[in-house]
Design a protein around this ligand. Sequence first.
Ligand code: GN1
Ligand code: MG
Length: 372
Amino acid sequence: MSETNLFPYISEFLGTVEFQAEVIQDGHIHDGWYIHTNHTTYPETILQKVNTHVFTDPDGLMQNIHQITSFLQKKNPSQKQLNLIPTSLRKIYFQATDGSVWRMYERIPNCYSTQITQNLRQVYEAGRVTGYFLKQLQDYPVHSLNISIPDFHNTPKRYQDFLQALSAADAELVQLVQPEIEFLHKRSDHFGLIWEALYEQRLPWRVTHNDTKLDNILFDLNTDQAICLIDLDTIMPGSALFDFGDALRAMGNPAAEDEPDLTKVEFQMPVFEAYTQGYLATAGEILTEQELSWLALSPWLITIEIGMRFLTDYLQGNPYFRIHYPMQNLYRCRTQFKLASDMEAQQYLMKSIVQKLRNGMYSLGIESKQES
Ligand code: GN1
Ligand code: MG
């Protein structure tokens, strides 16, 4: 969409302003632009056109974002975070006559996000801010949230979707992905682990972000401290383990998510340690025994789940994740399966790192709550 075509949407939020728009390249789901304007209160903003094929209840989604950001703002007014800019009719989003849904956020100044981990300090910070998010929302009425994407981290359901895509796919494609198919079949008995524990109340329902990869965290340009989580679309009831696992599958990889050369993709144990340390520093005191005991396991399950989603999309002709070249979703899947294999090989070490950090936590007087 060209700049001039954005004017009607921008003016819904900011009135008549002069502006320049810069396309945001890195989201897989929505269209987005940085908007620079001569507006006195909101000179720097982010405009997004919500993908209503993925988010079929945009109103429910926007209510979640509004409620959660307002709640967080009240809890800690000094914490910088994403804030929605209302329309001139005081609505939290704008729905155009063609049905398209638009929203605008204030852009937080002097910060950056990155796709690839630059140092362990940054990783620690990412863990700390994600644990803080969990902790700040521990008394939010979790089941009042709308379900923006049903079954988002329902791994057994994702496996069923994969099997369905497989049975409908071209024989040639199926041939090409034989190793990936086998990889999934071999591990499928374990896919229900977290989801079933949640439903059986062995794990607590929590407000979770559900997309905690590194590029969804803002860092302060001057201090490198993590400021807040962004991309709040998938905030829903879930398990803390979804967020912990998803973060590590993304941060533990020193290469790109679609790196075709798998020798460059290797799960980084120092990243696991630094992230866990940061996460426990904020969330450690509220996690249950069951959550703590699965910290080493959750990155493995979530990594497989997301790899499986990329593979399903590839088999279906890529209707979901935005691609820039035909093989991209298959390459994305392969990096995930490589990371998951590394985690399998290092599961024992991962467990012992969690144990060591937990012992440190106790010695600092931060005790975890027992399972409720
Ligand atoms: C998508 O929107 P984005 O690019 O942050 C996806 C996540 C995946 C991620 C993989 C709503 O996230 O679940 O983990 O791509 N979001 C949705 O990079 O499906
Ligand atoms: Mg997203």
